[in-house]
Design a binder for this molecule. Structure first.
Ligand SMILES: [Zn+2]
Length: 311
């Protein structure tokens, strides 16, 4: 069966983006309330709190950018880009988000847990090496992948099913053949990248798989894309560990996008990914929360995802 860990923290609620911003603290409150009601919640093992150092964040970011974000947050806060708002606690919350990925990686490498569910804010997958973008400060999943590489792991798979293309993560590993990046996303849509013809470059040609989905796509369309493209690519790559950028903004009730997935899709996809991880990756999966902006849909989807992940 194996063990599933989880992490969340009140500091994430203090990344204050304002009540009218879609990526606000209420998202995590809703998720936590729903999760705590589930029978399986008591079986999840809490991860220790770990704050990433600036050097660890710099595994995927320019050190100067890391310092700039820290200074900007701590001195005044405000807009880091057109839609990325930070407050005085945002750097600390972001460093704790990054640290959660590193702690999960260490516990998995030590064989103490097999899977981890990280319920974080701010999210990460749009964040670039030198730039905040799309509600994201630091790229939590990319930093964890780099950290796992630094600890000797190769063949790391990242599956990003957030409704938006994970442009930041793609950029980090575009020429790296040891990291398979797979993204399903509404297209054309924010942030504008993620065409099917973008497949990596140099030694990394072929280890980026973009699967654009038309607005209005539903469970049947997504199941077909997963069965025909996502799962075969994962099975062929045989990853040593599988990381998920778990956004739930492709749900049909989400206000920011127009994909029509049900909660059941995410449960099904999680269960199938876990089967593949058990076959090829010693069951090792780390899930990072990305988007999802309808509070009740988000809470339902994370509960279904967590149920399947911990089964
Ligand atoms: Zn998103």
């Amino acid at each position: 069966m194996g063990k599933t860990a989880y992490f969340t923290d009140d500091l994430f609620l203090e990344h204050n983006t304002g009540d009218r911003h879609p990526e606000n603290y209420r998202r995590l409150v809703a998720i936590r309330e729903a999760l705590e009601r589930q029978d399986f919640f008591g079986r999840l093992l809490p991860l220790s709190r770990r704050v990433a150092t600036a050097e660890e964040i710099a595994l995927n970011h320019d050190p100067q950018y890391v310092d700039q974000v820290a200074d900007f947050c701590r001195t005044r806060g405000g807009l880091l880009d057109a839609d990325t708002v930070v407050s005085t606690k945002s750097y600390d919350a972001a460093a704790l988000s990054v640290g959660a990925g590193l702690e999960a990686a260490d516990r998995i490498l030590a064989g103490e847990v097999d899977r981890a569910l990280l319920l974080l804010r701010p999210p990460g997958h749009h964040s670039l090496r030198t730039r905040a973008m799309g509600f994201c400060l630091f790229n939590n999943i990319a930093i964890t992948a780099r950290y796992l590489q630094s600890r000797g792991l190769d063949r790391i798979a990242i599956l990003d099913w957030d409704v938006h293309h994970g442009n930041g993560t793609e950029a980090s590993f575009y020429s790296d053949p040891e990291v398979l990046f797979i993204s399903t996303h509404q297209y054309p849509f924010y942030p504008g990248t993620g065409a099917a013809t973008d497949r990596g470059e140099g030694a990394g040609l072929g280890t980026t798989l973009n699967i654009p989905m038309a607005g209005g796509s539903d469970d049947a369309d997504y199941r077909s894309a997963f069965e025909n493209q996502v799962f075969p690519a994962l099975q062929e790559f045989r990853p040593s560990v599988l990381l998920i950028s778990a956004g739930f903004d492709a749900h049909r009730r989400d206000p920011l996008a127009s994909i029509n997935l049900t909660t059941e899709f995410f449960e099904w996809a999680t269960a199938r990914v876990l089967e593949i991880a058990r076959e090829h990756s010693a069951g090792r999966v780390i899930s990072f929360l990305e988007g999802g902006y309808d509070l009740s849909a988000l809470a339902e989807c994370v509960s279904a995802h967590a149920a399947a992940l911990s089964a």
